[in-house]
Ligand binder design. Structure first.
Ligand SMILES: [Fe+2]
Ligand SMILES: [Fe+2]
Length: 372
């Protein structure tokens, strides 16, 4: 049994000092190489549809492709500052936050608006980096998964992810006001996922954890934003992401039945590690740095802000029911249940899982605007 310290590098999940010790040092590098340690697997069993649920997903994906250049209305003008102000007004953001005696005490509208702008630049930048992680991971799955139906499906996801990287990059370049390098916690997680030699770990890290979180985060932002182009972009991306998470659930549900309890325990520990890394990344330490406030103090305020706590918990709304569906919550001595309880996210176990939910998220006929 591995200790918490061995899994995440610190004994206390909420140790802010340790969390902030991890920062991205090669922010000027143009590329980043990671060993992927995996065999490329040929299969000689070409029987299409021997896994009907994956085959159905593949057929669905072929008919759900959209074009980031021509199906989104890039002519929409985005006044980022006005959008931030409108979003804050529409969503009561920051209301109820007690800043007395903190580094935010003297902040006025100007600083809060600037924070909104920087947070948006940062959030969309991290989404873009995460999408590239998904692109690389899914290309790896095409090579490593031994089942033909899964190789077929994964190939459609590679195209989806290319489109997602493309549209987030374009939105950042054309509509927002700056980029951020990849957050160190997100980078650690993506590196760990890519580095693992076991094909199912790519799925667990990416399809279940990273994309499960992305689906919840995109949903939240889609609901909150008052900006029509971003709303449409997120709507399209979510219709794809729901399939991606379903791909993970369908594949791992089958594969985990073959694994021993010790092997399952390794998956539980990896799920926990991923959960902590993603929670840490949302503390957005780079934004506080750029805003010129003491990072540790700012993170401390945010960690105790009820609105932020609720937001961070909500990010696990898809992950927890999917881990439950895969048997990871309660396998063995229920270790992952205990860990998710400590993270304050266990209540989501009763939410719908994502095996079938892609039907609900699918774009309706004629919903693609087609502004070509
Ligand atoms: Fe994606
Ligand atoms: Fe995805």
């Amino acid at each position: 049994m591995t200790s918490t310290e061995n899994i995440i590098g610190r004994a206390d999940v909420n140790d802010i000092e340790q969390i902030l010790m991890i920062s991205n040092t090669d922010v000027d590098a143009a590329i980043h190489a990671v060993e992927d340690n995996a065999d490329a697997i040929f299969t000689w069993d070409y029987e299409k549809g021997s896994r009907p649920a994956l085959n159905k997903l593949y057929e669905k994906a072929k008919n759900s492709q959209w074009n980031g250049e021509t199906d989104l209305d890039w002519s929409i003008n985005v006044d980022q500052e006005a959008v931030v102000v409108a979003n804050m007004a529409a969503n009561n953001r920051g209301v109820g936050l007690d800043v007395a005696g903190t580094c935010f005490e003297k902040w006025g509208d100007k600083e809060w608006t600037e924070l909104g702008i920087q947070s948006q630049n940062w959030t969309l930048s991290q989404f873009m980096h995460g999408e590239q992680g998904a692109l690389l991971c899914t290309a790896k799955i095409v090579e490593t998964v031994p089942w033909i139906d899964a190789k077929y499906y994964a190939s459609t996801q590679v195209m989806d992810e290319a489109r997602h990287v493309e549209v987030f990059a374009k939105y950042l370049n054309e509509k927002l006001s700056g980029h951020y390098p990849v957050n160190a916690h997100l980078k650690m997680l993506l590196d760990d996922i890519v580095r693992d030699s076991r094909w199912d770990m790519t799925y667990l890290g990416m399809q279940i954890m990273v994309e499960g979180l992305a689906l919840a985060a995109f949903g939240f932002m889609h609901q909150m934003t008052t900006e029509p182009l971003l709303k449409q972009l997120l709507r399209y991306v979510m219709s794809d992401e729901a399939r991606h998470v379903a791909f993970g659930v369908l594949s791992l549900k089958e594969y985990y039945q073959e694994l021993s309890l010790d092997e399952i325990r390794e998956r539980q520990e990896f799920a926990f590690e991923a959960a902590v890394r993603m929670r840490d990344r949302f503390l957005q330490q780079e934004v506080w740095d750029r805003m010129g406030v003491p990072v540790k103090e700012a993170v401390n305020v945010v960690m105790h802000d009820p609105g932020q706590i609720l937001f961070q918990q909500m990010l696990f709304a898809k992950i927890v029911p999917n881990c439950k569906k895969l048997g990871l919550l309660d396998a063995g001595d229920g270790w992952l249940r205990t860990k998710f309880t400590e993270l304050g996210v266990i209540d989501f176990e009763h939410m719908p899982d994502t095996e079938e939910e892609y039907e609900t998220f699918a774009l309706a006929d004629g919903e693609i605007a087609g502004v070509r």
